[in-house]
Design a protein around this ligand. Structure first.
Ligand code: ZN
Length: 268
């Protein structure tokens, strides 16, 4: 094992010579940034930069596609870049105590993740794409601002150990406030505005700030269908349901959205 302690990452470029380094432990220092030469650590499997003063993760970090364990907890990060999706071998990610308010939906593309630690942040909503993490067995979200979880997590409920202590979870008496387009009502088609917004999201069209304001506002409301994963904006059926996560016996509120709310055949 190779390891380095108390290394001045910001002011030194010597790191670029450590091409065979496999494990790098630099926790509990005063590191403020990662150098772009971090991308030279092409053998790195485990990287611990917890308990430092790093405000942003540089994009070069996400070129280290062989990383399996990444601990960036207790840094004032505020966000995880969407580049995280490039870490396809990532098995364990700890971003606890990082001042996070949001998570990127791209996290759902880290298909090897088995442990995701998000404790003690200010996250009010988890992306539904977390339901794509078929290997995840531990999800800790203690000490956040979650009122409910995405319904897609129910697909993982048999093997997922989830910890949600110290969150303002809804009680069943509040569920009705989250019901949208309840059945039965006649089947309706989405508006042209909704269909246009969905198409823009699906095609990943850039420069949305050049679009009409009405479409930009629509795109800001975007989320995903719980069943098929397609984008929705304003037109969907929404309901809060209670799901049992059997490993712990916990009954948790999950928010379910359907893209074709009243279509007899379901999604599509
Ligand atoms: Zn759907």
């Amino acid at each position: 094992m190779s390891s380095i302690l108390d290394y001045d990452l910001c002011s030194s470029d010597h790191i670029s010579s450590l091409v065979q380094l496999t494990e790098f432990y630099a926790s509990n220092n005063m590191i403020k940034c990662l150098p772009s030469s971090i991308n030279k650590l092409v053998s790195l499997h485990s990287f611990d930069i917890s308990h430092n003063n790093i405000e942003a993760l540089c994009k070069e970090l996400f070129s280290l596609i062989q990383i399996e364990v990444l601990n960036v907890s207790s840094n004032p990060l505020k966000e995880i870049p969407c580049h995280v999706k490039h870490l396809m071998k990532l098995n364990s990610l700890d971003v606890s105590s990082c001042h996070l308010r949001h998570l990127p939906s791209a996290l759902g593309e880290c298909s090897n993740l088995s442990t995701l630690l998000l404790n003690n942040n200010s996250i009010s909503k988890l992306p539904s794409q977390l339901g794509q993490l078929v290997h995840i067995s531990r999800l800790d979200v203690d000490g956040n601002k979650l009122q409910y979880l995405p319904y897609t997590l129910s697909f993982l409920s048999e093997k997922l150990m989830i910890s949600v202590k110290d969150n303002p979870l809804l009680s069943e008496t509040d569920y009705s406030k989250y019901t949208k387009n309840p059945l039965p009502v006649p089947y309706m088609l989405p508006s042209l505005k909704e269909l246009t917004a969905r198409y823009i999201i699906k095609m990943n069209i850039p420069n949305i700030d050049t679009l009409p304001v009405v479409l930009q506002e629509m795109l800001q409301k975007s989320s995903s269908c719980s069943e098929c994963g397609r984008p929705v904006c304003e037109f969907y059926r929404g309901e809060m349901v209670t799901v049992n996560f059997s490993m712990r016996g916990d009954w948790l509120p999950l928010y379910k959205q359907l893209c074709s709310p009243h279509r007899p055949q379901g999604c599509g």
